[in-house]
Design a binder for this molecule. Structure first.
Ligand code: GTP
Ligand code: MG
Length: 509
């Protein structure tokens, strides 16, 4: 088939493009449900801090994480309605397949768009150039500007026939801030990407980073190696002169294979499905132009293959278009809901984990400290207490006082080390009297050596029990926060898995 024939075929095929949409209601319902379940699972995590002082660092950290989660959930609807509003400009082209023409400045984007437009025009097809300003589409008679310096500074494009739109973007990284936002919106609604790079340094795969989001959205990617021509010396009427020629087919094939291999590697590295990549094609717009779009020149310049490849790309682009409403909602869920949630929560939940770890380690030391201090507080006074009651041998009184001392000592010594906690402390500590040991009379002297030893043992035991009870309360609190934190992470991970499953279901459509 000649390139004229190929072009005609291409045009005929584009007429077949219908914007019919598959029934997405079931998948949309599943996506809605996913969002509801995520909100439900997140709000279901209690992050109970009953045993913490509200002023403690840990309680504040927990409140921060909880606050962030709640804030994110609230933002979901806001972000979704913003997205829907932003969609409206692009809606003007909702019945067309929109291909994004992307690449570094001077890659030849505008030149290629103009050439394709002229091809359509010469075939009697309606061609409408447009640019976008203040969120409005303005149609114009003027071709897209081409130039040796950075030329395209606004989002512009051309409608080819009824069903195809090429979106000519400003060269990579050159968009101004407001242009960038607008470009982004249009990029969002593109159904496929033409990635142009000059044959002088084709396929600089790092450029694909800027497309990461688009590619993750499962849009087909078609690499076009532009300016596939070279200057050669020729003899015209006995004089040596320089002429522009197409690059030899063998060289084109090498470059295409090389771009394909490297792009595939890059996509794998970016965790993008390599099936989205179409085989690269080399063209020379200049060579086609020089021969005034003559059929043979078009074929030699690579356009026959380009049209065939574009046709090949329109099918997956169309598939993308048919699932677009679900894709757009899915991207919102992937990017604005889950990714944002993970990114926002990560630093604070890491801090919370660190804080928990510290408090857990501190607890061991504090336990020892409290025990020592209580012991030191009570023990030195014990002989005097025993002496005091020796005349009456009022053991009950000794037990009551010792219990009181222990209770007071605990209250005093836990205050500082366990200041972060709100603990249940018994007002009174009751030591159980050992009926077999009391004051003893030896040679008419009241002695209390065995009683002293018994009280030391009991004091030691009581301190241990009380500390254990206090530490249990603290540990229970720390563990419950740790458990909740883990649950938060699990919710995010399993929601991610669920969403991936829904994404692959969607792409089976
Ligand atoms: N040799 C040769 N030059 C070309 C070809 N296509 C475009 N050019 C030249 O490359 C330069 C850049 O072309 P444009 O089409 O303006 O490139 P662009 O990618 O739109 O550039 P920006 O809008 O600045 O991002 C111009 O001087 C074109 O004449 C080609 O096939 N061969
Ligand atoms: Mg341009």
């Amino acid at each position: 088939m000649t390139s004229g024939g190929q072009l005609q075929h291409f045009i005929e095929q584009t007429h077949q493009i219908t914007a019919s949409q598959s029934d997405l209601s079931s998948i949309l319902n599943h996506l809605q449900l996913w969002r509801q379940q995520l909100a439900h699972a997140l709000t279901g995590i209690s992050f109970d801090v009953n045993a913490l002082q509200p002023t403690s660092t840990l309680a504040k950290q927990v409140a921060l994480v909880k606050g962030q989660v709640a804030e994110q959930i609230q933002l979901w609807d806001v972000k979704w309605s913003e997205l829907a509003a932003a969609q409206s400009v692009a809606d003007a082209f909702s019945d067309k397949v929109m291909l994004l023409v992307f690449g570094k400045f001077n890659a030849g984007k505008s030149s290629l768009c103009n050439l394709l437009a002229e091809c359509f025009d010469r075939q009697g097809q309606d061609v409408r150039y447009f640019y976008v300003q203040n969120d409005q589409i303005h149609y114009t008679e003027t071709l897209l500007r081409e130039g040796a310096t950075e030329t395209t500074a606004q989002l512009q494009g051309v409608c080819l026939g009824e069903r195809l739109v090429l979106l000519d973007t400003p060269g990579l990284h050159s968009a101004t801030a407001e242009n960038a936002a607008l470009t982004q919106r249009f990029i969002d609604s593109a159904d496929g990407v033409l990635w142009l790079s000059s044959s002088t340094s084709p396929g600089q795969v790092q450029e694909l980073h800027a497309l990461a989001r688009e590619l993750k959205r499962h849009k087909p990617l078609f690499p076009i190696i532009t300016r596939s021509d070279q200057i050669e010396e020729d003899e015209v009427d006995g004089e040596i002169c320089t002429v522009l020629c197409n690059k030899p087919l063998s060289q084109r094939a090498l470059q295409e294979a090389d771009v394909k291999a490297r792009a595939e590697d890059k996509l794998r590295e970016m965790a993008v499905d390599v099936h989205l990549l179409k085989p690269p094609v080399s063209v020379s717009t200049q060579m086609a132009r020089q021969a005034d779009l003559d059929q043979k020149a078009m074929t030699d310049a690579g356009f026959e293959r380009l049209f065939a490849a574009l046709l090949d790309m329109i099918q997956p682009a169309l598939h993308y278009k048919q699932r677009k409403p679900a894709e757009v909602f899915l991207h919102h869920l992937q990017e604005q809901v889950l990714e944002t949630l993970v990114q926002e929560i990560q630093p604070t939940s890491d801090q919370l984990q660190t804080c928990l770890d510290h408090m857990q380690t501190d607890l061991l030391q504090q336990q020892r400290h409290i025990a020592e201090n209580v012991w030191k507080n009570v023990l030195p006074e014990l002989p005097q207490l025993l002496e005091l009651h020796a005349p009456t041998q009022a053991i009950d009184q000794v037990y009551v006082t010792l219990g009181q001392w222990l209770a007071d000592a605990f209250t005093q010594h836990i205050q500082q080390p366990l200041a972060d906690y709100r603990l249940q402390m018994p007002d009174q500590i009751t030591l159980e009297r050992n009926p077999n040991i009391g004051y003893e009379l030896i040679s008419d002297l009241v002695v209390h050596d065995r009683l002293y030893a018994e009280l030391c043992r009991q004091t030691n035991e009581t301190i241990k029990q009380n500390i254990e009870q206090l530490t249990n309360q603290c540990e229970k609190q720390l563990n419950s926060i740790e458990h909740d934190l883990q649950q938060l992470k699990n919710v995010m991970i399993s929601s991610g898995h669920d969403l991936n499953r829904l994404a692959s279901d969607l792409r089976q459509y």
